[in-house]
Write a protein that binds this ligand. Structure first.
Ligand code: NAP
Length: 253
């Protein structure tokens, strides 16, 4: 689909990869961008990028009432970018692991599902359009230090596959993006090379334009997918991501 002339809605647009999506959409000549964030005041700098085209909206992806109200007004959306996400740390046996796991699942999985369910009919009425889900390499390999985050992103991957099949008849393209480490607040303690968020946004918009469903937007992502294609069971032992936890570092080559 054409990004030029599109009307996009981005969740978690106030910083990180979400802000980069807004910048990339402006550059690619999107007509209107609904930039959403939990705290609308945190969008001031983002709106300043192109005040005539960026519409700030308060949106918590776990708040169904808010989502329903926005869907009633943003009826022109044809590109939905599910970017908002959270990540705790610690394995499945950490003290707060149940609370952390529920929070991640509520935001990363159910939050995206809430928005997709509200906007699928709008995309249909606007000719099909596209949905982009921000997955992760952690969608295909469990990263020990982000154990329950990985589980939530694996769930979101399955959601992506299911929604793709269910919306094929209405012509909606469903794109999954699988970044490795990106230089944002979420990955600030990750001791690996990180790519800038704009790289993820640009690679994704290019994929949407070319109707590519699965996006590996950086070298770590490409390495993970190459290893997975060869030896899925060995993947967790063969990658730098396993070194993210000192507990597991001894397993790394
Ligand atoms: N950074 C990485 O290495 C990396 C790698 C792979 C995938 N990803 C994925 O990329 C996406 C963006 O992450 P990022 O790196 O840009 O992280 P980030 O800088 O921490 O940004 C996360 C964004 O999500 C928003 N958010 C959190 N909970 C929300 C909720 N309930 N409702 C609405 N917005 C909410 C945050 O808003 P507030 O400001 O209100 O907290 C913020 O805008 C996430 O889905 C993440 O899992 C990141």
């Amino acid at each position: 689909m054409n990004i030029n002339g599109s009307v996009a809605l981005v969740t978690g647009a106030n910083r990180g990869i979400g802000q980069a999506f807004v910048e990339a959409l402006v550059k690619a000549d999107a007509t209107r961008i609904y930039a959403t964030a939990r705290n609308v005041d945190s969008l001031k700098d983002v709106v300043a990028i192109a005040p005539d085209r960026i519409v700030p909206i308060a949106l918590d992806v776990t708040n169904l009432e808010q989502i329903t109200a926005i869907a009633q007004t943003a009826q022109d959306v044809n590109l939905l970018i599910n970017n908002a996400g959270v990540s705790g740390t610690g394995g499945f046996f950490a003290a707060a692991s149940l609370e952390t796991a529920r929070w991640e699942m509520e935001t990363n999985y159910f939050g995206s599902l809430n928005i997709i369910r509200a906007f699928a009919p709008i995309l249909k009425q606007n000719g099909g359009g596209a949905i982009v889900n921000l997955l992760s390499i952690a969608s295909i390999v469990n990263v020990p230090v982000f154990a329950s985050y990985s589980a939530s992103k694996a769930a979101l991957y399955s959601l992506t596959q299911g929604v793709r099949a269910e919306l094929v008849e209405q012509g909606t393209l469903v794109v999954g993006v699988f970044p490795g480490p990106v230089d944002t607040a979420m990955a600030e303690n990750v001791p690996l090379d990180k790519v800038p968020p704009i790289q993820i946004a640009q690679a994704t918009l290019q994929a949407v334009a070319q109707r590519v469903e699965d996006v590996q937007p950086d070298p770590v992502s490409q390495q993970v997918f190459a290893e997975f294609a060869k030896t899925p069971k060995q993947l967790k032992n063969n990658l730098p991501v396993c070194c993210l936890s000192s507990t597991f570092a001894s397993r790394c080559a």
